[in-house]
Design a protein around this ligand. Structure first.
Ligand SMILES: *[C@@H]1O[C@H](CO)[C@@H](O)[C@H](O)[C@H]1NC(C)=O
Ligand SMILES: *[C@@H]1O[C@H](CO)[C@@H](O)[C@H](O)[C@H]1NC(C)=O
Ligand SMILES: *[C@@H]1O[C@H](CO)[C@@H](O)[C@H](O)[C@H]1NC(C)=O
Ligand SMILES: *[C@@H]1O[C@H](CO)[C@@H](O)[C@H](O)[C@H]1NC(C)=O
Ligand SMILES: *[C@@H]1O[C@H](CO)[C@@H](O)[C@H](O)[C@H]1NC(C)=O
Length: 777
C-alpha cells in the first residue's frame, strides 16, 4: 500500500518535472501567409496559435531595385486582420519567395548603390505598413558570388536597421532570412558568419527535399525529419547548420502545411521510395495543401501511413501517392525542435489548415507549450497560476522525495548488484578455468551519456519491450548499441541480470556480443556491439528493401540463424532456450550476416533437463508454440517452432499478423501448409527470390519450416536435424508435415480455444515492433 502511494506521488512529480525541465522555451511559433492564397482563407484560419506571422511576398523592381507590392491592399488587410484576431502577434514583411526571379536578387546584391536603394525602401515600407520586421526569402542564391554578396547585403542591412531605430527611437525591426535546408547549395556555401551575426534568426527550409517535379522516378517524403538512407532530412539540416557555426537559438525550423502528389508506376508498390512516374494525374498541380489532402483521403478512402522511422506521413489511393505531414508528425517535429534547443518553428503556409479547424497549428502550438492532447486553452491559464504557487512547494517536495527515492533504490538494489557482481565474477572464474575469455566491461553512467549524446532522439535506434535502444560511440571510436532499461519496468532487473550472466558465457559469431553493462543511480543498461544493418524484419516485409536480400543472402542468413541456435542448444556447455526468436531479434552486420539478439527471455537448462514449466509466459505471439501458450511448457522444441515460423517468413516475406487465402481466414502457418499440400508452394514465396543457382531450394525450406511448426513438439525435428535436412537435401527423405499448430481447419480434434488466440494476435498486430511482448503473468 505504502509503495503504491509512493508510485502515485512519483508519477505526479516526475510528470511535473518532465514538463519543466524539458520545457525549453519555444519562443517563435511562426507561420507564413501568402497574399495569393486570399483573404477569405486568412479570415477562416485561427491565427491565435501563432506568436508571429510572415506576410509574403514583396518583390524587387528590377529597374529601381526598390521594394514593390503586387497587391498592396492584401498587405494592408493582413495587418488589420491580425491586429484584430491576434493583437499580440508580431508581423514581418517577407521579400522574395519561390516564385521570384532569382537573377533580380543576384543583380540587386552586386553593387553598393542597388543594395542601398533596396535596403532603404524595405525599411521605409515596413514602417509605413506597421510591420515589426523584415524577412528575406531569396530562394536560393546559387553561385559563390551570390553568396558573398548576400553576406555583404546582410551586413549593410543590419547597420541600416540599427541606425533607423536609433534615429526614430523605435524598437529595431526584427530581421530574418529563409535559408535552404543545408548550408551548401551546388557547392557554394552560405555566408554563415554574416547570417549568424546580423540576423535575429534563420528560417530553415526543412522541406521540399523531394517532389514529383525534381525527383519524379521515386516517391519520397518531402519533409522527413530523419533519413537513414541519403541523409537528406530536417535533422541532418539542423546538424549541418549548427556544425557551420549557427547557434541553435538562432534557428527556426520550417514545417510544411502542404504535400506533393506523385503518380505510382505500379499500384501494388506504394511504400516510401516506390517507383513513380512524375506527378499525379488527378491534379494539375502536384502541390496540395493539408486541407486538400485531408479532403482527398476522405473522398478516395486513401490508405494513410505514419512512418515512425523518418517522421512523416503518406497516403495513397489507386495510382496517387501523397507525401504530407499529419498531426502526429507535426507534434513529433515540435518536440524534436524543443529537444534540440531551437528558437522555434514556422508553418509554410498557414492557409493549408483551412476547413480543418486549424488542426496542425493547434497541434504544433500545444506541443510547444507542453499541453498534452485533450487539455484546452482555458484550463491552461488556471493551471499556470496554480503552477506558479506549486513550483516552490513542488520543488521542495521533489527534493525530499528524490532523497527518499535514492535511499530506497540504493537499499533495494545494492544487494542485487552485489549478487550480480558475484555471479559475474563467478562466471568469469569458471570461464577462466575452462579457458575461454568473457570480459565484460563495466561502464559509468556518464560514459554512456557521452557516448549516446545524452540519449538524444537522433541516436535512438528503436524501442524494445524493456526500453529504448540507442546508438553510441565510445571514446576510442568503437560503435555500440545501448539498451537502456526503463526505470518503470519492475521485472526488468531479473531479465537484465539474466541477460548479462548468460551472454557473458555465450560467444558465437551468430550471437550478438554484449560488450558490457552499466548500473548506476537505478539505471540499468546493456551495451552491445553495434549492428549497422538493423534487423531482418526491416527488410523482408518491405517492398523495396526486400530486394537487398536475394536468395543467396537469405540462405546465408538462414544458415547463420541455424548455427546460432545449434550453438545454444547443442554446442555450448549449457542448453539455452531463447524463447523469443523472431525477425526483429535477428540483427544484421555489415556483410548482412545474422546475429541472434535479446537474451532477456532466455532460460538455461541443466544437462539432464528436457523441458520446463513456467507460470510467466513471455515471448511474442505468432512465434510461440501452442504448448507454451496453453500450458507454459517450453523446451528446445519451442525455439524450433519459432524458427519454423521465421523460416516461412524469410522465404515468403509475409507477416504472421495478417490473414491469407481466398477468404482471408487462414493464418500464415495454415496458409503455407495448404499451398504446399496443393502443390502451389511457389505461389507462397516472395516473388523476387530465385533459387535456380543455389544448392538450397525454396520448396525444401518450406517443407522443413512446416515440419518445425507442427503442433506436437515430438513431431518437430531438432535443430541438428534441420541443419542436416538443409544441407544434404539430395539424399535425405524429408517427412511429410502434419497440419500446423493453430489451424482453423482441425483435421482431428476441435477442442482448441481458437477465439482467444485470435484475439491476442489482433493486439500483436498493433505492436509488431516491440522486441518482447508479455502475454500473461
Ligand atoms: C523563456 O521565455 C521567457 C519569456 O518568454 C524568458 O523570460 C526566459 O528567459 C526564457 N527562458 C529561457 C531558458 O530561454
Ligand atoms: C529575371 O530578371 C532578369 C533581369 O533582372 C531578366 O533578364 C530575366 O528575363 C528575368 N527572368 C524571368 C524568368 O522573368
Ligand atoms: C540618422 O541620423 C543621422 C544624424 O543624426 C543622419 O545623418 C542619418 O541620415 C539618419 N539616418 C536615417 C536613416 O534617418
Ligand atoms: C544547381 O545548379 C543547377 C544548374 O545550374 C540548377 O539547375 C539548380 O537549380 C541548382 N540547384 C539549386 C538548389 O539551386
Ligand atoms: C514501370 O513499370 C514497368 C513494369 O511494370 C517497367 O517496365 C517500367 O520500366 C516502369 N517505368 C518506370 C518509368 O519506372
Amino acid at each position: 500500500m505504502a509503495f503504491s502511494y509512493t508510485n502515485i506521488f512519483l508519477f505526479f512529480f516526475l510528470h511535473q518535472l518532465i514538463i519543466f525541465s524539458n520545457g525549453q522555451n519555444i519562443t517563435i511559433k511562426g507561420g507564413y501567409w501568402l497574399w495569393d492564397s486570399g483573404l477569405i482563407a486568412l479570415n477562416k484560419i485561427d491565427i491565435t496559435p501563432f506568436s508571429l506571422l510572415f506576410c509574403g511576398f514583396a518583390d524587387i523592381n528590377s529597374q529601381s531595385n526598390q521594394l514593390i507590392l503586387t497587391s498592396p491592399n492584401s498587405f494592408i488587410q493582413f495587418t488589420r486582420i491580425v491586429q484584430q484576431k491576434n493583437p499580440s502577434a508580431k508581423i514581418l514583411l517577407s521579400i522574395g519567395g519561390g516564385g521570384a526571379n532569382k537573377t533580380t536578387y543576384g543583380v540587386m546584391a552586386t553593387t553598393p548603390n542597388s543594395r542601398k536603394s533596396f535596403i532603404d525602401s524595405s525599411i521605409k515600407l515596413a514602417r509605413q505598413l506597421g510591420f515589426h520586421g523584415l524577412d528575406l526569402s531569396w530562394i536560393f542564391p546559387e553561385s559563390a558570388s551570390d553568396m558573398m554578396n548576400l553576406g555583404i547585403l546582410l551586413n549593410e542591412w543590419r547597420i541600416a536597421i540599427n541606425t533607423e531605430a536609433r534615429n526614430s527611437s523605435k524598437v529595431a525591426l526584427l530581421f530574418t532570412a529563409a535559408v535552404s535546408g543545408s548550408p551548401r547549395i551546388n557547392g557554394s556555401i552560405y555566408p554563415v558568419q554574416s547570417l549568424a551575426k546580423n540576423l535575429d534568426w534563420i528560417n530553415l527550409i526543412a522541406y521540399d527535399f523531394y517532389g514529383p517535379s525534381w525527383s519524379p522516378s521515386q516517391t519520397n517524403s518531402h519533409a522527413q525529419l530523419f533519413d537513414p538512407v541519403n541523409y537528406v532530412s530536417g535533422s541532418d539540416g539542423i546538424n549541418q547548420w549548427i556544425q557551420q557555426g549557427v547557434p541553435p537559438q538562432k534557428i527556426v525550423f520550417g514545417i510544411p502545411f502542404y504535400g506533393y502528389a506523385w503518380r505510382l508506376n505500379n499500384t501494388n508498390i506504394h511504400g516510401l521510395r516506390a517507383p513513380a512516374i512524375g506527378k499525379s494525374d488527378v491534379y494539375d498541380d502536384p502541390w496540395m495543401t493539408y486541407a486538400q489532402i485531408r479532403d482527398f483521403i476522405v473522398e478516395h478512402r486513401a490508405t494513410t501511413i505514419h512512418d515512425d522511422g523518418i517522421i512523416g506521413d503518406y497516403c495513397y489511393s489507386e495510382n496517387t501517392w501523397i507525401s504530407y505531414d499529419d498531426i502526429q508528425t507535426v507534434r513529433t517535429k515540435v518536440s524534436y525542435i524543443k529537444s534540440r534547443g531551437l528558437l522555434g518553428y514556422y508553418a509554410m503556409d498557414i492557409s493549408g489548415d483551412t476547413n480543418w479547424n486549424s488542426l496542425l497549428s493547434h497541434a504544433a502550438s500545444q506541443e510547444a507549450d507542453g499541453v498534452t492532447q485533450g487539455e484546452i486553452g482555458k484550463k491552461k491559464k488556471k493551471l499556470n497560476r496554480l503552477v506558479i504557487i506549486l513550483i516552490p512547494i513542488g520543488a521542495l517536495l521533489i527534493l525530499i522525495l528524490l532523497v527518499f527515492i535514492i535511499w530506497y533504490l540504493r537499499r533495494r538494489q545494492v544487494p542485487k548488484f552485489q549478487e550480480l557482481e558475484r555471479n559475474k565474477m563467478g562466471s568469469n572464474n569458471k570461464a577462466r578455468k575452462s579457458g575461454d575469455n568473457s570480459n565484460l566491461q563495466v561502464f559509468s553512467f556518464d560514459e554512456m551519456k557521452e557516448a549516446t549524446n545524452n540519449f538524444s532522439f537522433d541516436n535512438k535506434l528503436g524501442e524494445g519491450g524493456y526500453g529504448p535502444v540507442f546508438e553510441g560511440k565510445l571514446r576510442n571510436g568503437e560503435k555500440i548499441a545501448v539498451k537502456r532499461l526503463s526505470e518503470t519496468s519492475s521485472q526488468g532487473f531479473e531479465e537484465f541480470e539474466n541477460e548479462v550472466i548468460l551472454t557473458a558465457k555465450l560467444q558465437h559469431i551468430n550471437l550478438v556480443k554484449v560488450v558490457g553493462f552499466c548500473i548506476e543511480n537505478g539505471e540499468k543498461m546493456l551495451i552491445y556491439e553495434y549492428m549497422p544493418n538493423k534487423s531482418l524484419d526491416h527488410y523482408i516485409y518491405n517492398q523495396v528493401r526486400r530486394l537487398v536480400l536475394n536468395w543467396e543472402k537469405r540462405v546465408q542468413i538462414i544458415e547463420g540463424i541455424i548455427q546460432g541456435l545449434l550453438y545454444l542448444q547443442e554446442y555450448s556447455r549449457l542448453t539455452i532456450i531463447h524463447r523469443d526468436i523472431k525477425a526483429s531479434n535477428i540483427l544484421l552486420d555489415l556483410q548482412m550476416k545474422p546475429k541472434i539478439s535479446d537474451f532477456g527471455m532466455a532460460r538455461m537448462f541443466k544437462e539432464d533437463e528436457v523441458e520446463a514449466n513456467t507460470s510467466r509466459i513471455v515471448g511474442t505471439l505468432g512465434y510461440a508454440p501452442p504448448e507454451y501458450i496453453k500450458q507454459g511448457i517450453y523446451s528446445t522444441k519451442s525455439d524450433v517452432f519459432s524458427f519454423g515460423v521465421l523460416l516461412l517468413q524469410i522465404i515468403s516475406g509475409k507477416k504472421n499478423t495478417c490473414f491469407y487465402g481466398p477468404d482471408e481466414q487462414l493464418n500464415l502457418l495454415e496458409y503455407a501448409f495448404e499451398m504446399w499440400r496443393d502443390g502451389k508452394g511457389m505461389e507462397f514465396m516472395d516473388e523476387s527470390l530465385d533459387d535456380k543457382t543455389s544448392y538450397c531450394k525454396l520448396l525444401n525450406c518450406m517443407q522443413i519450416a512446416l515440419l518445425c511448426v507442427q503442433k506436437n513438439p515430438l513431431d518437430r525435428p531438432t535443430m541438428l536435424e534441420v541443419s542436416n535436412m538443409l544441407k544434404n537435401i539430395a539424399n535425405l527423405v524429408i517427412e511429410f508435415p502434419k497440419r500446423p499448430a493453430f489451424s482453423v481447419k482441425e483435421d482431428e480434434e476441435k477442442s482448441e480455444s481458437l477465439k482467444n488466440y485470435d484475439l491476442v494476435q489482433e493486439t500483436e498486430e498493433v505492436d509488431t515492433a516491440t522486441i518482447t511482448q508479455l502475454i500473461a503473468r
